[in-house]
Design a protein around this ligand. Structure first.
Ligand code: ZN
Ligand code: ZN
Length: 345
């Protein structure tokens, strides 16, 4: 079977032996498509993952062999995520499931950018679901990334009618903004690219360009009774965005950190202290967040049409490059389907 592996500065296609279930519990799935996540880009670019790593985790796949006590069967098309919390440790019990040791150590094998993948029984029991029939393959591939957004929103614990600003309208910003709206929060999206502002508006969410920051701030104030945003969601890792976040958040408000910053700069101590700010991070979803994500997709409350650009597995290097250069918003790799990813199989 073909896999895409990190090979120094490139993503290369290699041929490896097929996977077999043998007597193991779990399933072998044929990967139909796999979304290219921002975290894959960071792992590749910052050389966090070693040579030989198969990236990718946002898969939609068909079960081709199974030995499981679940109801899944051969031929089922499913969505799944890659990590599973233990449910027992201090992190799990405190709601920080993504810090759980077991969560971090579980994965799909060898990775999503592969023709076939092994899923453990734990995956099948906790994070796999049948693909809803009304979703195309491409739409269903947003199950995991939208789950990450759902978790971030829950962590902020905002009241209905609260005001949020989402800084950075890449694919995650587009998901976050729509999901916030679905939870009854008023949203204004910020991005420096006018086409992304237009795109979010086409999804029914307000957005502006903060190039003229003073104007953008007074716009937010005009919508928030002069207070500023109750919460700012940082889906951009640009250093300048930190400054914008501090200006747009109201005193006593929250800043939700959702991306790494290249220079690893932080938030100033005195702003946090004098303005009673809460800065919190959110990383990776729990099984419950994933379930909610699937509902949001299925109901159409989060509309993910026209976000992804489709690439064949052989062109995965191009997909990485086009994402990095902002030529596209998000790539979805067509691995195992003859048709295109807009089809609902
Ligand atoms: Zn992801
Ligand atoms: Zn745990």
């Amino acid at each position: 079977m073909k896999i895409a592996v990190i090979n120094n500065e490139k993503i290369k296609i290699e041929n490896v032996e097929n996977l077999h279930l043998n007597a193991q519990k779990g399933a072998i799935v044929k990967v139909l498509c796999c979304g290219l996540c921002g975290s894959d880009i960071v792992k590749f670019r910052e050389k966090i993952s070693p040579n030989g790593t198969v990236l990718g985790h946002e898969i939609v796949a068909e079960i081709v062999d199974i030995n499981s006590s679940t109801d899944f069967k051969t031929g089922d098309v499913i969505v799944t995520s890659h990590h599973i919390p233990c449910g027992e440790c201090l992190y799990c019990k405190s709601g920080n499931v993504s810090m759980c040791k077991h969560f971090k150590s579980t994965n799909i094998v060898p990775g999503g950018f592969s023709e076939y993948v092994y899923l453990s029984e734990e995956h099948l029991q906790n994070v796999a679901h049948l693909k809803p029939e009304n979703l195309s393959l491409e739409e269903a591939s947003f199950y995991e990334p939208l789950g990450c957004c759902v978790r971030a929103i829950k962590r902020c614990d905002l009241k209905e009618g609260a005001n949020a600003v989402v800084i950075g309208l890449g694919s995650i910003g587009i998901l976050m903004s729509q999901a916030l709206k679905a939870y009854g929060v008023n949203v204004i999206g910020f991005d420096l690219l006018d086409e992304r502002i237009g795109f979010l508006k086409s999804k029914g969410v307000d957005a502006i360009n903060p190039l003229n920051l003073e104007e953008a701030l007074s716009y937010v104030k005009s919508k928030t009774n002069d207070y500023g945003a109750d919460a700012v969601f940082m889906t951009s890792g640009a250093d300048k965005a930190l400054d914008t976040a501090l200006k747009v958040v109201r005193n006593g408000g929250k800043i939700l950190v959702f991306s790494s910053t290249p220079k690893n700069s932080g938030y100033p101590n005195n702003e946090i202290y004098y303005r009673e700010l809460t800065i919190l991070g959110s990383y990776s979803p729990s099984p419950a967040d994933l379930k909610d994500s699937l509902e949001l997709l299925k109901s159409g409350k989060v509309d993910v049409k026209n976000i992804s650009t489709e690439y064949k597995l052989d062109k995965i290097q191009q997909a990485f490059e086009d994402t990095v250069s902002n030529k596209i918003m998000k790539a979805c790799i067509n691995i195992g389907t003859e048709g295109n990813l807009k089809e609902k199989i």
